[in-house]
Design a protein around this ligand. Structure first.
Ligand code: UDP
Length: 239
């Protein structure tokens, strides 16, 4: 590989779908193990890593609401789904000999630490990977917004958003053969063009605090490390 890591501390956002592999629901053991192996190897480069995990592979608030639930209730269920993913990821990482802590935005003392910002930072300094569960702890928000928020709170240098596509495209590459991938975008362009990078709350928070976002395909083996080494993978969203 090329140069060393270009970041000292990063916030990695993984959607719940990243754990699904080729399944249509839930967690695929091989996929989560590969993901954990990659994260562990990047961690060995000396990078401090915090992770925000989604829950869409188990439950999404919007879908629950569409079936007649109150949106807030459905959102709380979605947040609980992220806690399940966090525990699974913790276990997978520990199989690769990385010390981890799960911190939940919804207090659940028996399974996770409560979210305490200064404690999270301390864990990172001690070389532990911190997994943030339960999103922001608030309904009507997303785990992308939680990722932007935690990224700022812990002073991470970049928000690495792992997705199932290679970056941000001018239109949906699965429907439009003429779709082109942007190498770089500004926050304002993302908002103005309504590009599906992250929801507007997450993007405007990132814009206010000038967080660099790198959107990349986490399904491609080795991509997390490429991003950490500063290789031109995916799309960068910055000022
Ligand atoms: N959620 C929420 N508040 C948050 C984060 C998540 O209410 O701060 C709920 C919301 O219902 C969402 C679900 O948790 O649909 C799962 O999170 P998300 O859809 O963001 O996960 P991903 O798409 O990244 O897998």
């Amino acid at each position: 590989a090329s140069g060393g890591p270009v970041f000292k501390r990063v916030l990695l956002k993984l959607s719940g779908e990243a754990l699904m592999g080729n399944l249509s629901y839930g967690i695929d053991p091989q996929t989560i193990d590969r993901m954990a192996a990659e994260i562990a190897s990047v961690h060995k480069l000396g990078v401090e890593i915090a992770i925000v995990i989604g829950g869409g592979n188990i439950f999404r608030g919007v879908q629950g609401a569409a079936q007649g639930m109150e949106r807030a209730t459905a959102d709380y269920m979605g947040m609980l789904a992220t806690v399940m993913n966090a525990l699974a990821l913790q276990q997978a990482l520990e199989k690769h000999d990385v010390a981890t802590r799960v911190q939940s935005a919804i207090t659940m003392r028996e399974v996770a630490e409560p979210f305490i910002r200064r404690r999270a930072v301390r864990h990172l300094e001690k070389g532990r990977i911190v997994i943030f569960a339960a999103g922001t702890g608030l309904p009507f928000f997303t785990t992308d917004t939680a990722a932007a928020l935690r990224c700022i709170e812990i002073g991470a240098e970049a928000l690495l958003k792992g997705t199932k596509v290679d970056g941000v495209y001018s239109s949906d590459p699965e429907k439009d053969p003429g779709a082109t991938r942007y190498a770089r975008l500004s926050y304002t362009e993302v908002l103005a063009k309504n590009l599906k990078v992250m929801d507007a709350t997450a993007i405007s928070l990132a814009r206010d605090q000038k967080i660099k976002i790198i959107v990349f395909n986490v399904r491609v083996p080795g991509n997390i490390e490429r991003v950490i080494r500063g290789e031109p993978v995916g799309t960068i969203v910055e000022e």
